[in-house]
Design a binder for this molecule. Structure first.
Ligand SMILES: [Ca+2]
Ligand SMILES: [Ca+2]
Ligand SMILES: [Ca+2]
Ligand SMILES: [Zn+2]
Length: 535
């Protein structure tokens, strides 16, 4: 039996349950020595002011605290506690900051700040009067800003503009109005091979030309969440561009049904469709920045540039937070697997920037395997797809592989796969048999190949959970996504497997609290043990 797993974040949880006093009305000041749960948060306790309080059916109390310094609210900085009836309060979320300095008074008047904000949104008409208050924007000790709310009629929007109260510079500008339009197109739900249920008559890329078959394999799809007031592929979660010049793809009526794969707009449409679809699924699993305790995963506008260069490669850049897709061989953004795989790297970076920025070989294998898993999931979720469609990664892009990238030939469905997520190797076997490639200054087993141990392990767990009938794939995908919040810049396969166990306990508690043995412990542990990842 393994010892309980202790990860850094768990320490916080154990402080939270150590014995805390939150008085019946949810205020902490009345308690004799303050609620101890609040001592674990980043901000000093005297900066925490009770704000929203919700009593759930059954009596549990959810209490929010807003961080205020020198009387000014710190934007986005709050603590959420949850007190089950008859039990001590526990800390649910903490977005407060330590070491925020008390602001000096504003040099800029309210009137001038309102003027700056209104002209920054090209205001032509208001629906209601503009309002403004002073607040602190965290970061670098905090800066004093005017938070200006502009309820505009033209252009239509609920604009929140932050104006630096000293310099008058516009620091941030957001439209909070949830007002989106829907476009349409005829695209590949995954890729032509999946749509065609195999590689027959699709052995060649035809150099980006249209063929009757490639045309016919397109399916009518909707492109939701496009921002109103514009006509391009700018949406709530994706801004899709194309070409080296990063051109917009625009159409006044947002109907792109005539566009086919020989037209470069096709790839931009595919990128928009696939990324939006991924984020929609993530949100449906309960991960969103607009939750009371924000837990979004790449919940922002993802910049994606299709046909960005002529290489047969695609990449996510953690520096610019931009995804670029190449046109070498098959245009990478004609294949949903490639689009989603790269987006998974953006998700990893958003969940753990230290992980996203690391270059350690073992960690890259983990990141690649994890991204392949996400490609398999998004394929599996598309209509009328099979397990083979899901586990054969990059089925369309791999049509032209072979020169620089080895391809795996599928024995089952007569198609080529860039990689597979149904391998049986253990970690040691993969390290011994994967081709050695130059990584950094030394030769090491190809991390993409080693990563297949991870993607295949995750996929097996998913299949087992689906077969169990207890929430199906969504249950496993939630565990997978939640576990990546625990990743560090030194992540290992073993650590990542333990993270799966710990979040499974968080999501599906079972037995002794805190031992990282939740409801799915047997199935996760068995698979990871078989792979030689856990003992
Ligand atoms: Ca194309
Ligand atoms: Ca390609
Ligand atoms: Ca596939
Ligand atoms: Zn990758």
């Amino acid at each position: 039996m393994a010892a309980p797993i202790v990860r850094g974040w768990r320490l916080l949880a154990s402080v939270a349950v150590a014995g805390l006093v939150l008085s019946a009305d949810g205020s902490w000041a009345a308690a004799p020595d303050g609620p101890r749960v609040l001592r674990a948060v980043a901000a000093p306790t005297h900066e925490l002011n009770p704000s929203r309080r919700v009593v759930l059916p059954g009596g549990a109390v959810v209490q929010h605290y807003q961080q205020r310094v020198g009387g000014r609210p710190v934007l986005g900085a709050e603590v959420v506690t949850d007190r089950p009836s008859g039990a001590p309060a526990r800390l649910v979320a903490d977005t407060t900051r330590s070491r925020i300095e008390a602001p000096e008074s504003a040099e800029m008047s309210r009137e001038r700040a309102v003027g700056v904000a209104e002209s920054s949104v090209d205001l032509r008409a208001l629906r209601d009067p503009t309002s403004a208050r002073l607040a602190i924007q965290p970061g670098d000790g905090g800066r004093l800003v005017w938070q200006v709310l502009v309820p505009a009629a033209r252009p239509l929007g609920d604009f929140e503009v932050l104006v630096d109260a000293t310099t008058g510079a516009v620091v941030a500008r957001n439209d909070l109005l949830r007002n989106f339009r829907i476009g349409t197109a005829k695209l590949y739900r995954v890729n032509p091979i999946v749509q065609h249920r195999g590689g027959r008559r699709l052995w060649s890329d035809h150099h980006d030309r249209d063929t009757p078959l490639l045309r016919q394999l397109r399916r009518r799809v909707v492109l939701p969440n496009l921002k109103s007031g514009q006509r391009c592929l700018r949406g709530r979660w994706v801004h899709a561009l194309r070409g080296r010049a990063e051109k917009e793809t625009c159409k006044p009526n947002l109907h792109w049904n005539q566009v086919t794969r020989s037209d470069n707009r096709f790839e931009a449409l595919m990128a928009y469709y696939q990324i939006n679809r991924s984020q929609r699924y993530i949100q449906s699993l309960g991960f969103s920045e607009s939750n009371p305790s924000p837990n979004g995963i790449a919940d922002r506008v993802q910049r994606a540039v299709a046909d960005a260069y002529r290489l047969d490669n695609s990449a996510y850049s953690p520096f610019s937070q931009t995804i670029t897709y190449g046109t070498g061989g098959v245009d990478d953004a004609e294949d949903g697997d490639v689009i989603v795989h790269e987006y998974a790297h953006a998700m990893q970076d958003s969940q753990s920037p230290a992980f996203g920025h690391s270059t350690r070989n073992q960690l890259i294998g983990l990141a690649e395997g994890s991204a392949d898993y996400w490609a398999a999931v998004m394929s599996w979720l598309a209509r009328h797809t099979t397990n083979e469609d899901a586990v054969c990664i990059f089925d369309w892009d791999a049509t032209t592989y072979g020169k620089f990238y080895p391809r795996v030939r599928s024995a089952i469905s007569g198609r080529r796969c860039g990689r597979r997520a149904d391998g049986t190797r253990t970690l040691d076997e993969a390290r011994a048999h994967c081709p050695r490639v130059l990584t950094g200054s030394r030769f090491a087993p190809d991390p993409h190949c080693v990563g297949a141990v991870w993607s295949s392990g995750l996929w097996n767990i998913r299949r087992a959970v689906v077969a169990d009938g207890r929430g199906g794939g969504r249950r496993m995908d939630r565990i997978y996504l939640a576990s990546q919040f625990l990743y560090t810049g030194n992540e290992t396969f073993r650590g990542a497997a333990n993270a799966l166990l710990c979040v499974d306990e968080d999501l599906h508690p079972q037995g002794r609290p805190g031992d990282c043995r939740g409801d799915d412990y047997p199935v996760i542990h068995r698979e990871m043990q078989r792979r030689g990842i856990l003992r």
